[in-house]
Ligand binder design. Sequence first.
Ligand code: ISL
Ligand code: CA
Length: 563
Amino acid sequence: KPTARSWWKESVVYQIYPRSFMDSNGDGIGDLQGIISKLDYLKELGVDVIWLSPVYKSPNDDNGYDISDYRDIMDDFGTMSDWDQLLGEVHQRGMKLIMDLVVNHSSDEHPWFLESRSSKDSEYRDYYIWRPGQEGREPNNWTSFFRGPAWEYDEATDEYYLHLFTRKQPDLNWENPKVREEVYEMMTWWLDKGIDGFRMDVINLISKVDGLPSAGGERYAWGGEYFMNGPRIHEYLREMNEQVLSRYDIMTVGEMPGVSPEEAVQYANAEGTELNMVFQFEHMELDNGRGGKWDPGQVNLRELKRSISNWQTGLEGKAWNSLYLNNHDQPRMVSRFGDDRKYRVESAKMLATFLHTLQGTPYIYQGEEIGMTNMPFATIEDCRDIESHNVYREHVEGGGSADEIMNAIRAKGRDNARTPMQWNADENAGFTTGEPWLLVNPNYKEINAEAAVSDPNSVYHYYRKLIALRKAHPVIVYGSYELLAEEDENVFAYVRTLGEDKLLVMLNFSNDTQSFASPYPLLASGHGDLLIANYAVGEGGATSGLEADIQLRPYEARVYLLQ
Ligand code: ISL
Ligand code: CA
């Protein structure tokens, strides 16, 4: 059955990490007025939706993902009236704004938690997950996402509270109907202010298995099976949908570690009873070595094809994909999947072509559109991310080498994505007139927005073109997906089909020229247009370059529309 049209399927989302986007007052920290000053840049790029990472009140243990007041703005970023102005100016330019919703946990400085920890009799006690110790140790053996135990002992009441992230991010107890009501009310409050939706942080972790059983293995062990996609998760999301989401014309995306396409079909079902789409991580784990995230390996293209194809076909007609290769938690796309030196521009464009020609809603993470790269952090002191610091400490205290773990952090650390946006070639890349909270990447003189805007061949202008094509050709949004040349180790090629329209996409993921057998039967019928390419292709004739044996240059990307 054909996929129903929706504005959020036809949109391109741009993610802003406020701390690192633009500083308006010289304190070295990006802020809301800074964002407002760059809205024309985003409008010019052509994006439809802005996703704002958290701007709520927060002690910043995890850069705003630890919220102490859901209805107020962090001082570093400005005031609620700045935020109101931002929303107004986004709407005035015909764009939409979605907010980050972080409700698996709050900050330990949230008044609910202060109350909760004060006494076992507090009416807020059950807002969080408290348990007595087991033989003087944690209630179970779970590790937190950021290393160490997932439980913290609290002397005041001689019990432990659960925190799947840092100890300053206690997990809310969704079993408690009062918690759910509070969250729905808060969501309604923001929606009534006029926002256009939510990106929901780790929303598939909110239901935990009864009894919170220990995981297999030693202390501290990964207990994902007891809190990812838990027993009541669909019940909660349906309730949230009924009580809140379904009353507005909005977009919702659930960030979900450890989700499979089968589960995504439920979460993002086409009937719309839960969320619009999920943000999944399978392709972010392909370069994990045996030791996991901090044992970096190489991405094998055939595995990437298998994973992406599985999601494309698994959701076809049933649910909707999110498309991304980086965000504020991941290294830079061009450094990870492309080549951030010789072929930086070519590979950034090739990867962009990939993201913008699959079925799903593409997400651009700030700086991606100018091909920003990973950061050559010299030492751990240059890093700000709590995850990198924890991993470093654990590794070095365990007798591991500092060099080795710094290499892993340079490859995988979250701060790679969080260095300040590179606006121009002035000091601090034009991000701040003060001292930036995190170092600016030294390559800003070459890689910056001003240079990109003034160069018609830049990555930036290529993104503009891709975004415009999406508006012109429904096959890009709604076409079905068919993989070609499954076994090819270097070329990722596929066809998208909608009615009579066929989109042929050929992507060379390697830094060598690759010959690729033209999928000739497809072309036999007729004529086509080269819609976009990152190299000059052929002369004359729209289908030129489609000979039997196609030579794809390093990181070459070509997209033909065949009719
Ligand atoms: O970075 C990750 C994998 O490479 C993830 O483990 C990530 O921490 C996880 O997907 C959850 O991310 C979200 O919730 C965290 C917050 O630190 C991240 O910034 C946020 O995107 C806790 O709120
Ligand atoms: Ca500032």
